[in-house]
Ligand binder design. Structure first.
Ligand code: ADE
Length: 267
């Protein structure tokens, strides 16, 4: 049995919330095929007091509770060593914003491991889920190596964010998606939003599928898809265009759009 391409170690007070998502669909298959391994660690298991307390009142007063440092340090160091040799990522709205580029960074050690000549131990990513009002600052300072936010809103804890990171990173490992090129055309992967998709029937409630897709002309279809991706990105996410890799043909198409359909100025 070969080592998985990537191992996730999730530290959480609510391991049960992960199972329904991780035990379904593509991530379940990826685990069954040993492409990824996900280990859930309940921080409460590393408490030493009779009541298994993981939080306490904030020094200086104020509302809310703060996650205590001891069980978190003990949990992470017991599993990963002291100091941990893999990234320890805290999920927090104060972290750097997660996007496709960050997902690509995080999967990189796994991709390098797949092409290494000798079999190495699996690269690991530790994900630490915060809860309550916050986490003792010493965890950030002395244990965590990276902080990630999945968006500018506040969740009740880092668990959903950890699932988002696991999902977005795992699908970049070759073989996780059925289609070997599955992740390449995705929105964001190419720096553009993805083109629209259609399947049978060719006409539904009078709404037809664009004729070009039924034509069997692969060059025309490829050009149409590229132009639709450009159009969509120009309409919905023009902020992405300056960073997208564009050909001369793409630029001409965008210039034509600008000339024909001047964009509404922001309201
Ligand atoms: N925990 C609470 N809100 C979060 C967010 N937006 N991203 C990551 N972790 C979080």
């Amino acid at each position: 049995m070969t080592a998985p391409a990537l191992q996730f170690d999730v530290f959480t007070l609510f391991p049960d919330v992960f199972a329904p998502y991780l035990q379904s669909s593509i991530l379940l298959r990826a685990q069954q095929r040993q492409l990824i391994q996900i280990q859930l660690h309940n921080i409460r298991d590393w408490t030493t007091d009779r009541h298994h307390i993981t939080d306490d009142e904030p020094y200086g007063g104020g509302g809310g509770m703060v996650m205590k440092p001891e069980p978190i340090f003990t949990a992470v160091e017991s599993v990963l060593g002291s100091p941990p040799t893999c990234p320890v990522i805290l999920l927090t709205p104060q972290g750097r914003l997660f996007n496709q580029g960050v997902a690509r960074q995080l999967v990189q050690p796994a991709l390098e491991g797949l092409t290494a000549a000798a079999e190495l131990p699996s690269p690991r990513l530790a994900l630490l889920c915060g809860r309550y009002e916050g986490i003792d600052e010493r965890v950030r300072q002395y244990l965590v190596s990276d902080e990630i936010s999945i968006g500018d809103y506040v969740l009740t804890g880092g668990e959903l964010a950890a699932l988002v990171v696991i999902d977005a990173v795992s699908r970049l490992i070759p073989g996780v998606l059925g289609d070997p090129d599955g992740a390449e055309d995705d929105s964001h992967a190419s720096g553009l939003l993805e083109y629209p998709h259609y399947t049978r029937p060719p006409e539904f409630r009078g709404y037809p599928v664009p004729e070009v897709l039924l034509s069997g002309d692969h060059a025309r279809i490829a050009r149409w898809r590229r132009e639709q991706a450009l159009l969509r990105t120009w309409q919905r996410r023009p902020d992405m265009l300056p960073n997208a890799p564009l050909s001369d043909k793409d630029r001409k198409f965008l210039a034509k759009l600008e000339a024909e359909l001047p964009q509404e100025p922001d309201a």
